[in-house]
Design a binder for this molecule. Structure first.
Ligand code: GLC
Ligand code: CA
Length: 575
């Protein structure tokens, strides 16, 4: 489990993150083109506030043509599974034409589908089948950079006077063999690459094959807004915006301050002061939000904020930027610490926009291992679901989390697929471990493909898979299903206020979700010993708690909830 949290660590250094530190009612009403209608509930909620989002890494979800790589038809074939699970929106990581240097995060054509994933017709079919089931499609919009094979960049690098020259960030070196300044790429080495044709350097915050677009050029902005419109018209309901923090760079190219130490790539650690989170980012987001509002869509942001003040900036004044800036702050609580979670939840709950909760994604170690102790991982997986799926806000799941998929990093450098794992080996093993194929059944390759998949399927697929877990009432999968169903139908869980209880308890996190005259209590035992919690119900105007969902023998009697180790109790309070 070496290299754990590596992405978070990188991100932490990058942004100086302190390490200590009812869809049913609205999603039916969709317009002809697939974007949701303006319908909200009586209280003015938007469709995305009651929806459960689910991230699909398309290479790894389902392989329909047995070439070892997942594809769009594969996703379409699993829509019934997703519907049954309780998913209302799927965010598909980039499926556009790409040389796949960064597995799709290097886009060479924003308005097409990569042949390895299918065709535009496959996308249209996926969109219409999803719509039939009330599932929204969110695409991954890689706004910071394109591929170096995109026609814009090919033209840009062809001459200093080409039409697209100023669509990317070109500068002279400081001197012979010297890049324009000290900025380093988050993926290792200088952030500048010399292009021999025109003898200038271009800027890339990520791999050299991912040149940064120049958002100061209005033509870039217009072209990218048009890309958004193009997909909205084709049936997308919104976008997850990749790497928004780094859209702009200081035009004067000030050197970044150097911090003590070296990163996994052997580079000095820099405070990305002059090339991350520049105020200009917000102009772009406001513009994109206007486009999004034309289609009643949603914008989710990959926003690595250090505190709530920064998170609030991404919601924008009067909520005119991102509806769902991802709250990675939550993922920085890497141990089962009631105090840390309480603090984080209270902070997010006080933010100026609707909260978003994420515990796993394709860049970070899966929550199953991050919180698991190696012995009670299944109980802990349910505990974490019990936490983030009962909070006020929109949860963003990661495929496989619902069956207890674990992180399986490569053990040999020659097996590594993610380039950062090769550059940074063995300190940084890359992100392959959290991207292994979805485990559908106990057959070979986990039922993902009939061919050896692009990444190996972990041996645990024999027991942790959709088919087997569907039959086991005590499985992680069935817990997720019950919980998601509850969340969709229980008004207090959807809209209730977050009211923390027993805030000094060192082992158990307890809170109410209180809505008008009703309330649901959630009690989560973060310890390996049985715990008892006194709810003092009369103080809150209630007399008893009736179990809605609980793990094992966890139960309430009068004011007292008894929780088994890592147990969860969710109960409806009555007067
Ligand atoms: C985002 C993506 C990550 C990708 C990077 C560069 O952080 O989540 O997977 O490598 O952007 O596009
Ligand atoms: Ca395939």
């Amino acid at each position: 489990m070496q290299g754990m949290f590596s992405w978070i660590l990188v991100a932490a250094f990058l942004r100086l993150l302190p390490l200590a530190a009812t869809a049913q009612t609205t999603s039916k009403a969709t317009t002809a083109k697939g974007a949701a209608s303006k319908t909200t509930d009586a209280e003015g909620h938007q469709w995305w506030q009651h929806a459960v989002f689910y991230e699909i890494y398309p290479r790894s979800f389902a392989d329909s043509n047995n070439d070892g790589i997942g594809d769009l038809k594969g996703i379409t074939s699993k829509l019934d599974y997703l519907k049954d699970l309780g998913v209302d929106a799927i965010w598909i990581s980039p499926c556009f034409p790409s040389p796949q240097v960064d597995f799709g995060y290097d886009v060479s054509d924003y308005e097409n589908i990569d042949p390895m994933y299918g065709t535009l017709a496959d996308f249209d079919n996926l969109a219409s089948e999803a719509k039939k089931r009330g599932i929204h499609i969110i695409l991954d919009f890689v706004v910071n950079h394109s591929s170096d094979q995109h026609k814009w960049f090919l033209d840009s690098k062809s001459s200093r006077t080409s039409e697209h020259r100023d669509w990317y960030v070109w500068r002279d070196g400081k001197g012979p063999g010297q890049p324009p300044n000290n900025w380093t790429s988050i993926f290792g080495g200088s952030a500048w690459t010399l292009d021999a044709t025109t003898n200038q350097y271009y800027y890339h915050f990520f791999y050299p094959q991912q040149p940064d677009l120049n958002w100061r050029n209005p033509k870039v902005k217009d072209a990218m807004y048009d890309v958004a419109r193009w997909w909205f018209k084709r049936g997308a309901s919104g976008f997850r915006l990749d790497a928004v923090d780094t859209l702009f760079e200081d035009p004067n190219l000030h050197d970044d301050p150097i911090l003590p130490g070296k990163n996994a790539f052997g580079d000095p650690i820099e405070e990305y002061k002059y090339n991350s989170k520049l105020p200009e980012v917000h102009d772009v987001l406001r513009g994109l939000r206007k486009v999004t509002d034309e289609y009643n869509g949603v914008l989710i942001g990959e926003t690595w904020t250090v505190d709530i003040k920064e998170l609030n900036k991404y919601y924008g004044e009067g909520n005119n930027e991102l509806q769902l800036p991802m709250d990675f702050l939550f993922t920085t609580v890497n141990k089962l610490s009631p105090a840390d979670f309480r603090k984080q939840i209270a902070a997010v709950d006080s933010a100026s926009g609707w909260p978003t909760f994420v515990i796993s994604n394709h860049d970070i170690v899966r929550s199953y291992d991050r919180y698991g102790d190696g012995l009670h991982n299944d109980q802990i997986a349910k505990l974490m679901a019990g936490l983030y799926l009962t909070l006020r806000g929109t949860p963003l799941m990661y495929y496989g989390e619902e069956i207890g998929m674990k992180t399986t990093p490569p053990t040999r450098k020659e097996d590594v697929k993610d380039p950062i794992g090769r550059i940074g080996w063995p300190t940084e093993k890359g992100r392959d471990g959290e991207r292994t194929p979805m485990q559908w059944d106990e057959s070979e390759n986990g039922g993902f493909s009939k061919t050896a998949p692009w990444l190996p399927v972990p041996a645990t697929a024999k027991t942790y898979n959709v088919a087997d877990e569907s039959k086991d009432p005590e499985s992680v999968l069935n817990f997720y299903k019950k919980l998601l169903q509850l969340r969709h139908t229980n008004r207090a869980l959807l809209d209730g206020k977050y009211v923390p209880l027993n805030e000094n308890d060192q082992n158990v996190v307890t809170y109410l979700r209180s809505y008008k005259d009703q309330a649901v209590v959630v009690s989560l035992n973060m310890s390996g010993a049985e715990q008892k919690v006194n709810l003092e119900l009369s103080k809150h105007g209630f007399s008893s708690a009736k179990s809605l969902l609980a793990t094992g023998k966890s139960a309430a009697a009068g004011d007292v909830v008894t929780l088994e180790p890592y147990g969860v109790f969710i109960g409806q309070l009555s007067k």
